[in-house]
Design a protein. Structure first.
Length: 423
């Protein structure tokens, strides 16, 4: 099979690494890819949202399966275009992508179909926001911009006054992240967060794996929000019937809703959940794999992962093709020191990030230029390791970080030291 992975982050490096190990895969392409995918795939220089050029090239190269990494490709309708031309795609159409690209759409969808989620007011102006806040009951308010905002569209407020300041700033300065006009004011839930990744083939939706990520920049969950500074899988200390509860309470009504609305959803549904005293509640859906969660999921998968994705894309999910290891995996993100305030490009990095068996490093947005790696800054590498327990995986991951830090010879990278620390 000839496979194309769309995207350029550490998520796509991890996906392409696992896909390349699949016995059914003969040739691999990535667009635009990165320094990591370059070692196993042919990188194309086509932007992820340019569906027309991706389709032309995929046809010329007889691609059998396209795996969509980033939400912007899905929101741009790349999946629709390829699928309409008869190419198998793992990733939803633009309409299914609205579960991520519009938080208002997702909230209304959940309300229509009885999916447990935080109560929310949807507002369109400063006046309607203030009115909703005048009537607010409950402890805390989460203010969310409707559109895709690259992780910057959510502010968790302890008080109604704090929420007033946020909406005032967003509306009066025309600064709503993502550029839309709608804002959600959401009840603040408490509990533990977990991300469950469900596979979908248009007819069924099945939990594949779960992970926990770390959103704050600093140790002890301090500092600003980021795209994610590390992750581990599997989560521990969740109910033993966690997947049954997710299946019954979340995935079953979501699937019923999608089918009732005529949506053939193919790909992965990332359910960002808050596990409350009352069971799982959805805090967000994403319509693609997570970053950095994917970097800790891929090392746990054995078998023909590409075959499994192709079976979903063909509408006939075959879960026998791949299995999930009982081992644990911890991943630590190495980011430039100024992340997430700004992204300073970093050049001249050693491309050799090979590690002993059981550990693996994945490049973020980067390119191999004249034998060295250039990155745009931000999240540069995710360093992962497997172990029998989370504690074993954590210690192996930090050993790998230390050995790589020496090899990369850079003082310009920082990382959290508490990823996978057992609470
Ligand atoms: P999101 O972009 O929707 O995942 O939100 C980012 C983060 O904000 C989440 O990972 C949570 O930590 C927090 N958050 C979002 N919605 C809620 C909520 N309703 N209650 C409590 N925390 C929330
Ligand atoms: N790790 C969060 C995300 O991928 O959206």
């Amino acid at each position: 099979m000839r496979v194309l992975v769309v995207g350029n982050g550490a998520r796509e490096d991890a996906l392409s690494w696992k896909i390349a190990q699949s016995p059914s895969v003969e040739t691999l392409f990535a667009t635009p890819g990165n320094a990591g995918t370059a070692s196993r795939a042919t990188n194309w220089n086509i932007p992820v949202t340019d569906g027309k050029t991706i389709l032309e090239r995929a046809q010329a190269e007889n691609v059998d399966l396209v795996v969509l990494g980033p939400e912007v490709a899905i929101a741009a309708g790349v999946g629709d275009r390829l699928r309409d031309a008869g190419i198998a795609v793992f990733g939803p159409n633009r309409s299914g992508g609205r579960l991520e690209s519009s938080k208002v759409f997702a909230k209304r969808f959940m309300e229509r179909h009885g999916v447990p989620t935080a109560r929310a007011a949807i507002v369109h102006s400063l006046a309607s926001a203030n009115k909703a806040l005048d009537e607010w009951t409950g402890d805390g308010v989460v203010v969310k911009a409707d559109g895709l905002a690259a992780g910057k569209g959510v502010v968790v407020c302890d008080t109604v006054d704090e929420a007033r300041d946020v909406v005032k700033n967003w509306y009066t300065n025309n600064k709503i992240p993502g550029g839309g006009t709608d804002v959600l004011l959401e009840e603040r839930l408490s509990g533990r967060e977990v991300s469950v990744f469900a596979l979908a083939d248009g007819r069924a939706m099945v939990p594949m794996a779960a992970a926990c990520d770390y959103k704050r920049a600093g140790d002890g969950d301090t500092g600003p929000n980021t795209g994610g500074m590390g992750a581990y899988s599997p989560p521990y200390d969740f109910p033993i019937d966690m997947y049954d509860q997710v299946r019954e309470r979340i995935l079953a009504p979501v699937l019923r809703g999608l089918l009732a609305e005529g949506e053939t959803y193919i790909g992965v549904l990332y359910c960002g959940l808050m596990w409350t005293e009352d069971g799982p509640y959805v805090i967000e859906f994403n319509v693609r794999f997570g970053d950095p969660e994917t970097q800790v999921l891929m090392p746990r998968i054995n078998g023909d992962f590409a075959g499994l994705l192709k079976s979903c894309a063909d509408g006939a999910m075959d879960l026998t093709l791949a299995t999930l290891s009982t081992q644990s995996c911890v991943g630590v993100v190495l980011a430039t020191n100024d992340y997430p305030r700004s992204n300073t490009p970093l050049r001249g990095l050693n491309p050799d990030v090979s590690l002993p068996e059981g550990a693996q490093a994945f490049w973020g947005g980067s390119a191999l230029v004249d034998g060295s790696v250039e990155t745009g800054g931000g999240r540069v590498l995710t360093v992962t390791a497997l172990g029998e327990t989370i504690a074993d995986a954590r210690s192996a991951a930090y050993d790998a970080v230390k050995s790589l830090a020496k090899r990369l010879d850079t003082s310009e990278l920082s990382y959290r030291t508490d990823i996978g620390a057992v609470r």
